[in-house]
Design a protein around this ligand. Structure first.
Ligand code: ADP
Ligand code: ZN
Length: 739
């Protein structure tokens, strides 16, 4: 019997068998997208393989494939094989893994039978654009003439934009159309902010010697059978230039390239540089895209018409034929890890996909992850170094550690603006240069505490403190579940009206700076003010000199190239150090080096002040002295002693339920199942560092092994075990977030 195994979009481990009707036999092959019944629904699945075999269900339960939606397989074979391997690696349901690689329109039932263009119309993203025809109408009203004048001068304009300028613009345009003076075209709206303006072609710079060597090494791999390289270059050493050259070469060889960045919205410059060098045949995959656009990008990539994909982690799945190069910029960044659904790490999987495709993977960073440095030591990554900044005048900044225990606050008494930092701010403003202040806390004040009984105001759904926000009315907000409530006037426990604001967030620092430096233009960049495209607007204002001091969270530490920034202040280096996570020191080190790298990128020298209460901590000391090697030595030593990666393999089993006892029970069972597997060391179950989140109690079981097979065996046992259905069990292989 001819059967197809089909990955259907359900969170179940295996693929399902379907009968292949004779009339479809020639079309149903590996990678084909097919319509089939699942339960009472019709779903789109992807065929994993087809063959003559005995059905594994009784023949009356076996259902036929209803239809094949496309002439071609939906994935190139290379991507198909990679997805299967990814599913295996993460012990993740194959159907869900396939969904990762398909844009929503290609998955949705609305696009049944592949009529995706119709589905795109349903989404309604076409836009009406009016244009002048050049005929001068005699009977038009003065206002209509005015509108026509605008159309003539400004060129084709969307009706929606005209409506903002003229009341009843629509009916005026309709009259003009009737008079033959205007026409309306339907256009696909280009919502994409990355392509909003034209970018002139640039002139490639003469490569520095280390850049040239790096490019040569990468190209040699591309032209050979592929390989994996670590591009270890200090901030502003010209890593992007190296990617550009490598991508160009890859394209000229007729192969495709993928460039992954942590957060595409924060790196619009990167896209601009690619467009300036390579042109507009680039698929930029980002969350601001509408589904129809995402789908058309995907099709352009699949057909080979566009051969470069740039984007955040999901660009890993770009369906390009003949992949030649995969660059992962800022490879150390934790956001390459997806923290829900299929918990994959795009950085790790980039290595895998490239390896299987005989492509070349370049991991780039100014602060390579410990894992990458370890692989380089093992000879598994070719280590390329760019030791100095690319532009001759640009020096690494001078870094000074400010001991918060000894240095008092500056004028106004804000504890996180030391008198030392205050003086530097004054001096930057005097020199008409710019400053970035980094604080890893958004909101006004991280917590409210009762001065009488010591109780902290907590989220009703989560075991975390509520943060006080002021910018849009006083309210307490949970940063995990978004619960928001008005600020209470008394303590809920002891009823005393003595709630104190503890600590400072970005809002409070912004307010303080506004009050102390009224002549300065102060702005804030964090998730509260800037989602998506808005953040690039703020960065653009910074770049064009309309902001003097930018205060922000992690968002300010990313790879921005702002030449006039000569002062960077890390307001509190300790907050990240104190997290219950074995990577806390590594992350702090990376963060400090990265944020420091924002200073002095132009011609004027930069200065960095790191404020801390732990001035002797290796992460602080080594970051301040640019001593990467020493930090790596110390950190590896510690990891070895504690048997953490890269000296072991980890998996975290996350169990949560509304009822504490249920979650705990499942976690106990999971631990028990794991303990039966030889070679697996089990820690826990223990309540997660955040024991309750969104009204669910959370327990962790940590699994550790020297190599993958036993770990996998334990995870499979857990995945297949029929646990209590009210408890969610998530398997997290190579966990990044330990909370
Ligand atoms: P990174 O990606 O390592 O942070 P970039 O590629 O952004 O570094 O380079 C930093 C700055 O140096 C940019 O302004 C870039 O245009 C410039 N640059 C890069 N390579 C060269 C070069 N070979 N000669 C002159 N300037 C360069
Ligand atoms: Zn909450």
């Amino acid at each position: 019997m001819l059967l197809a195994r089909v990955a259907v979009p359900v969170p179940l481990g295996q693929a399902f068998s379907y009968a292949v009707p004779a009339e479809l036999a020639s079309k149903v092959g590996r990678g084909a997208r097919v319509l089939c019944e699942f339960g009472r629904r019709r779903v789109l699945g992807v065929v994993i393989d087809v063959g003559e075999r005995e059905p594994d269900v009784s023949p009356d339960k076996l259902k036929p494939i209803v239809a094949v939606t496309d002439a071609e397989p939906v994935f190139p074979e290379e991507l198909m094989a990679f997805l299967l391997e990814l599913s295996r690696y993460y012990v993740a349901p194959i159907g869900e893994v396939m969904q990762l690689a398909l844009p929503a329109l290609a998955r949705s039932a609305a696009s049944q039978l592949g009529d995706v263009s119709k589905a795109a119309k349903l989404v309604g993203h076409a836009v009406q654009v009016a244009r002048a025809t050049g005929v001068e109408p005699e009977k038009a009203s003065p206002r209509a003439r005015e509108l026509l004048k605008l159309l003539t001068e400004a060129g084709p304009t969307p009706l929606s934009a005209l409506e903002e300028k003229f009341s009843s613009a629509r009916s005026m345009v309709k009259k003009l159309v009737a008079l033959g003076a205007a026409a309306i075209d339907e256009q696909e709206r280009n919502l994409d902010p990355f392509f909003a303006s034209d970018v002139p072609r640039d002139v490639p710079p003469q490569l520095t010697e280390p850049q040239a060597a790096a490019v040569a090494a990468i190209v040699a791999r591309i032209e050979g059978g592929g390989g994996a390289l670590l591009l270890d270059g200090v901030t502003a050493s010209g890593k992007t230039e190296v990617y550009l050259r490598a991508v160009e070469r890859c394209l000229s060889l007729g192969r495709a390239a993928i460039v992954l960045v942590p957060e595409i919205a924060l790196t619009p410059q990167l896209v601009t540089r690619f467009r300036a060098r390579i042109g507009d045949e680039i698929a930029v995959l980002h969350s601001g895209l509408g589904e129809p656009q995402r789908h058309s990008m995907w099709k352009a990539l699949r057909s080979g018409r566009v051969r470069i994909a740039v984007g955040a982690r999901s660009a890993l799945f770009a369906p390009v034929p003949n992949l030649g190069l995969l660059c992962v910029d800022e490879e150390h960044d934790g956001s390459f890890k997806q923290e829900e659904g299929v918990r994959y790490n795009a950085r790790d999987m980039a290595l895998l996909r490239a390896h299987r495709a005989a492509a070349t993977c370049v991991l780039g960073s100014a602060t390579p992850s410990l894992g990458s440095l370890w692989l380089s030591r093992q000879g598994k990554l070719e280590h390329l170094r760019l030791p100095a900044r690319a532009r001759a005048a640009s020096m690494l900044p001078e870094v000074e550690v400010v001991d918060l225990r000894r240095t008092g606050p500056g004028p106004g008494g804000e504890r996180l603006i030391s008198v030392r930092l205050y003086r530097e701010l004054e001096s930057v403003l005097e020199r008409k240069q710019q400053a970035i202040l980094f604080l890893n806390r958004r909101g006004f004040s991280p917590s409210l505490i009762c001065d009488d009984c010591g109780q902290i105001v907590e989220c009703p759904n989560c075991s975390v403190a509520l943060t006080l926000h002021r910018a849009r009315g006083e309210r307490l907000v949970c940063h995990y579940c978004d619960h928001a409530a008005p600020r209470p006037s008394t303590c809920a426990v002891c009823n005393q009206p003595a709630l104190l604001e503890e600590g400072a967030g970005t809002e409070r620092i912004e307010t303080y700076l506004g009050a102390r430096f009224p002549e300065a233009r102060v702005a804030r960049l964090d998730r509260d003010v800037a989602a998506g495209a808005k953040s690039s607007a703020i960065l653009e204002r910074m770049r064009s000199g309309q902001i003097d001091i930018l205060v922000g969270t992690q968002m300010v530490t990313k790879g921005h190239d702002l030449p006039n920034v000569t002062l960077v202040g890390v307001l509190n280096a300790d907050s990240a150090l104190s997290l219950p996570d074995f990577r806390a020191a590594e992350r702090t080190f990376q963060l400090l080096v990265q944020v420091s790298g924002r200073a002095g990128r132009g011609d004027a020298p930069g200065r960095v002040l790191i404020q801390t209460r732990k001035p002797g901590h290796p992460a602080v000391v080594c970051a301040a002295r640019h001593e990467v090697e020493r930090f790596v030595e110390l950190e590896l030593e510690m990891r070895k002693e504690l048997e953490y990666p890269p000296f072991s393999r980890l998996a975290l089993v996350r169990c949560d339920a509304v009822e504490e006892a249920r979650a705990k029970d499942v976690a106990l069972r999971a631990a028990e199942l794991s303990r039966r597997v030889e070679g697996v060391r089990v820690l826990g179950p223990a309540p997660a560092p955040i024991p309750r989140l969104r009204n669910r109690y959370r327990f962790h079981v940590m699994l550790r092994a020297n190599d993958r097979p036993p770990l996998r065996q334990a995870l499979l046992a857990i995945a297949r075990h029929p646990f209590d259905r009210k408890t969610r069990v998530a398997l997290d292989v190579d966990p990044v977030n330990m909370l």
